[in-house]
Ligand binder design. Structure first.
Ligand code: TRP
Length: 449
């Protein structure tokens, strides 16, 4: 069978390059666009507390599990599990990852396109962008158009395809090494400005003072776990695939820690950009997915230096989105290359076209199809909710169970690279019992509530 022949392996040039690429996958729209409104809707402080706890208890062990599976199998997601446990019924879970990556690819580029449109708006027409009171109407009429949002989405996908086409070291690694430091600089500048605003104290209280009553709501935990999976980039084959481009002797625990910590830090600091502005200039922090595109532009219009701040903010969103889009595209691309022996160029273009076509409903769901509802939500929100709060946790349970029960004990412990062995044993224990149990509990309670 084709899958058992060793292909000429592509590899990261350096460990730093791998960490930056994985961080690029993790840090995305989820950290800025999604984190801010999900935290806002779930009361701020209490959400962040639960979020941080779940990242540590569930996110870290699972990320390390994906890294270990990918590096040990030296294969993209779909074939990786079968290589570690040949003949096992579980080997299908890798293919689930490929499908799940496609599911996110079906709406993520839409929001990425919105971000690019707003970046262009603030870059080329700052006067119009800053017209007070124009923000809600502008966003509504922009997304209500059938064609314009699709063009911006297409532009983001084209950039993504170009990077993936160039390959692991020359495309993804180089782009990440360039873009991730730029991202950090912009973020810190914006957060510095945010903290100098009058509403900074209120924002800090909102973000860090837990409202204990909120902890009684099961939806809070489901929202937190969905956000953690989405933000870290778990359970979609991305991290398995990225780790498969590592030589077998590379250390994983530190890399996984860097990704989890960096991703969480990035989200919290992004909160220090968004919320001080919102509190200083009077917006509602719990405005849902339009927070970044309506509430914030309204805030920017009243802010001294708001146009520059806005330019930085949307540049941040666009850069963060590109490196994440790249990771999502790479999963099906790597699968097509291994399974069907497609060339990288052909696979990248094909997946880009599929993502574009599939993005049409989610995009139109805010325009001509805005009345359409799936489970009571607009198309894009329904896809996001289904993927993040259902598909990702379910796939996470399966990955934990695979590594905990199905992969041979010695291989799994060694595969994690954790030292001393007692740590590796604790990690495996977490994946056997704690992680699946916690995920199942959160899922059942959250879905029923
Ligand atoms: N983590 C990215 C974000 O925060 C999105 C993303 C990229 C993702 N790759 C993923 C989400 C894999 C889930 C799984 O925006």
């Amino acid at each position: 069978m084709a899958s058992t022949q060793p292909a000429a392996p592509e590899q990261w040039r350096s460990q730093t390059g791998f960490v930056l690429a994985a961080l690029g996958a993790a840090v995305g729209l989820g950290n800025v666009w999604r984190f801010s409104y999900v935290a806002g809707e779930n009361g701020g402080g209490a959400f962040i507390l639960v979020y941080a706890a779940l990242v540590l208890l569930v996110g870290y062990p699972l990320l390390l599990a994906e890294f270990a599976v990918g590096r040990s199998a030296q294969s993209e997601s779909a074939a990786a599990y079968g290589r570690l446990a040949p003949g096992s019924r579980w080997r299908g879970i890798g293919l689930l990852g490929v499908l799940a990556a496609l599911a996110i690819l079906f709406y993520y580029p839409v929001v990425a396109g919105w971000a690019l449109k707003y970046l262009a708006l603030y870059a080329f027409d700052p006067a119009e962008a800053a017209r007070p009171g124009a923000a809600p109407e502008r966003f509504q009429s922009f997304i209500a158009e059938p064609l314009q949002p699709l063009l911006w989405m297409g532009a983001m996908l084209a950039a993504t395809v170009a990077i993936v086409w160039m390959g692991i070291a020359r495309g993804i690694e180089r782009a990440s090494a360039l873009l991730m430091p730029a991202l950090a600089v912009i973020l810190l500048l914006l957060a510095g400005y945010g903290l100098s605003l009058e509403g900074a104290g209120q924002a800090l209280a909102f973000l860090f003072r837990p409202d204990w009553d909120a902890l009684a709501r099961p939806q809070l935990y489901l929202a937190a776990i969905g956000q953690a999976f989405f933000s870290i980039g778990l359970a979609m084959g991305v991290m398995v695939t990225y780790a498969s481009y590592l030589p077998r002797d590379r250390a994983l625990p530190g890399a996984a820690l860097a990704v989890v910590a960096g991703d969480t830090l990035f989200a919290v600091v992004a909160g220090l950009v968004v919320f001080p502005a919102v509190f200083t200039f009077g917006g509602d922090p719990a405005q849902g997915p339009v927070l970044a595109f309506v509430t914030l532009p309204q805030v920017f219009a009243h802010m001294p230096g708001g146009a520059v701040f806005a330019l930085g903010f949307f540049a941040l969103l666009v850069i963060a989105a590109v490196t994440s889009l790249v990771s999502l595209l790479e999963v099906p691309v790597a699968w097509l290359m291994r399974r069907w022996r497609w060339r990288r160029s052909r696979a990248s273009v094909a997946v880009g076209i599929v993502a574009f076509a599939a993005g049409v409903p989610a995009s139109l769901g805010h325009g001509p199809w805005r009345e359409a509802r799936i489970a009571g939500l607009p198309i894009l929100e329904a896809m996001d909710h289904g993927a993040s709060n259902l598909l990702l946790p379910v796939s996470g349970i399966l990955i934990a169970l695979f590594v905990g029960w199905c992969w041979r004990r010695g291989d799994a412990l060694a595969g994690s690279g954790l030292q001393p062995e007692s740590l590796a044993v604790a990690w495996r224990w977490a994946l056997r019992y704690a992680v699946p149990a916690l995920l199942a509990l959160v899922l059942v309670a959250g879905v029923r509530a």
